[in-house]
Design a protein around this ligand. Structure first.
Ligand SMILES: O=C(O)CCC(=O)C(=O)O
Ligand SMILES: [Mn+2]
Length: 208
């Protein structure tokens, strides 16, 4: 394929990272670095961050990682056995949401925010496939702050794919990725800067 034909499809860095059963596209520099630093600071103070609570083996576990669930009124979300009610959108999040919506031609009504203080905090293998989520809308993931390793593992043949999510990047997970792949954010002993991740999602409100 000649370089001139790339422009009609995706840039080489924006190709599907998954070999089958879904699609994941990584876009470095979706936000420029000055904007990222400002967004990080602003999100730290405008969002009501809470430690996450997960039901594991019948016990309620509190994580060090902080989370927040933001969305349209009525977009409640249950994951790991705990029901979350949404905080209202902030100006920053609406700005990002609109940029993502015009880029992806999809509509998002909610966003899960995670704040990882250091490399001891990560997220284990899971799929974003809860019944409230519209399985036909992609999930758009924005990374701000320290670079972290993110991995996919196929549910059936265990094929794995990993990449580093950099400050200001966007990872777009297309249907039916959540049906066939799990993903995780790997913990690391490396010194890494704090990181905020935003995943924009579509909740099926009529199921609530
Ligand atoms: O922090 C990340 O990049 C992943 C977060 C994630 O998978 C989730 O919030 O469901
Ligand atoms: Mn996830």
């Amino acid at each position: 394929m000649g370089a001139s034909s790339w422009k009609t499809t995706l840039a080489p860095t924006e190709m599907n990272l998954l070999p089958k059963d879904g699609g994941a596209t990584y876009i470095a520099g979706f936000f420029d670095l000055d904007h990222c630093a400002a967004l990080f600071t602003s999100l730290q103070s405008t969002i009501d961050w809470k430690e996450d609570q997960l039901l594991m083996f019948g016990k309620l576990i509190t994580t060090k990682r902080k989370v927040a669930w933001v969305g349209d009124a009525g977009c409640s979300y249950t994951y790991s056995g705990v029901k979350k009610f949404p905080q209202a959108w902030t100006a920053d999040l609406l700005h990002i949401k609109h940029k993502l919506e015009s880029f992806t031609h999809s509509t998002f009504n909610s966003c899960l925010l995670n704040l990882y203080h250091d490399g001891n905090e990560g997220m284990g293998w899971h799929s974003d496939d809860e019944k409230e989520l519209d399985p036909f809308t992609p999930i758009a993931s924005i990374s701000l702050g320290g670079t972290r390793k993110f991995a996919f593992k196929h549910k059936f043949d265990k094929t794995s794919v990993s990449l580093f999510l950099e400050d200001g990047s966007m990872l777009l997970m297309q249907p039916p990725t959540q049906e066939f792949w799990q993903h995780s954010l790997t913990k690391t002993k490396r010194a890494v800067a704090p990181r905020i991740n935003l995943t924009f999602r579509a909740i099926r409100q009529d199921d609530d």
